[in-house]
Write a protein that binds this ligand. Structure first.
Ligand SMILES: Cc1cc2nc3c(=O)[nH]c(=O)nc-3n(C[C@H](O)[C@H](O)[C@H](O)COP(=O)(O)O)c2cc1C
Length: 230
């Protein structure tokens, strides 16, 4: 399977989110090509619409996004792996998401969801997974914007893993707390490969924060106090 991982974290290989994505791939027993958006020059979309009017779906800009878009075009599965920033995508990742406009067509239709869509990406055969993490302890209301964006852009069958309490993912002394979640992510990868979706039992684990949020808030607040003192 041709899988492309778009890592939208400026932490690149040290990204907490990427650790989840690698667990998902382990579960799939697949390898992938990794793109680190932080290493690339990705210009914003210029809204010239040349990709719709003149070039048959190809962007006319000359930057690093062009080769990434071609990799996405050729992929069977695209995994968007990114931290949630201000309830949305990190800016460089969002710039790349905007640039996928070239996969769509100007013509519109009313989809099964009752909404108007442009023909193109979201009704195609390419599959999409969103794997994201956030530093806040809430899932509802924190990741809604990002999930909405990805599902509407790339298809309502987009599988999503939204990990709250991300500060626990990379702490040395929290490995035991985090392990059942990482195991569930791996299991999600296996299920996704087998059936194209994550089973409800696994999704329920993925949608549950590691620890009660009052404990998490205490943990993070005291961590920052200690860091300030150093
Ligand atoms: C600019 C900025 C905005 C952020 N906004 C949010 C947010 O809206 N919600 C949240 O839960 N975490 C937010 N965070 C925290 C990151 O999402 C969190 O630390 C994440 O787990 C980092 O993942 P990474 O290591 O893969 O980059 C923000 C962090 C930064 C730097």
């Amino acid at each position: 399977m041709n899988i492309v991982v778009i890592n939208g974290s400026p932490n690149k290989e040290r990204s907490a989110t990427l650790a989840l994505t690698k667990a998902f791939l382990r579960g799939m027993n697949e390898t992938a090509k990794f793109i680190h958006t932080a290493d690339l020059q990705i210009n914003p979309c210029r809204a010239c619409y040349a990709c719709w009017m003149a070039t048959g779906g190809h962007c006319v800009q000359e930057d690093d996004a062009i080769s990434v878009l071609e990799m996405i075009r050729a992929a069977d599965l695209v995994i968007w792996s990114m931290p949630v920033y201000c309830y949305s995508a990190p800016a460089q990742c969002k710039a790349l998401m905007d640039r996928t406009l070239c996969f769509n067509k100007p013509q519109m239709y009313i989809g099964k969801d009752g909404r108007a869509h442009h023909y193109g990406y979201e009704d195609g055969t390419k599959k999409t997974v969103l794997i994201t993490s956030g530093g806040l302890p809430d899932i509802t209301g924190n990741f809604d914007g990002l999930v909405f964006q990805l599902k509407h852009m790339f298809g309502s069958d987009t599988a999503t893993i939204c990990c709250a309490e991300g500060a626990l993912l990379m702490q040395e002394d929290t490995a035991e707390i985090v392990k059942p979640y990482l195991d569930a992510v791996e299991c999600a990868g296996t299920e996704y490969k087998a059936g194209g979706h994550i089973l409800p039992k696994t999704q329920a684990i993925l949608d549950t924060p590691f620890i009660p949020r009052e404990d998490y808030i205490r943990n993070v607040n005291s961590l920052f106090e200690k860091m300030k003192r150093c």
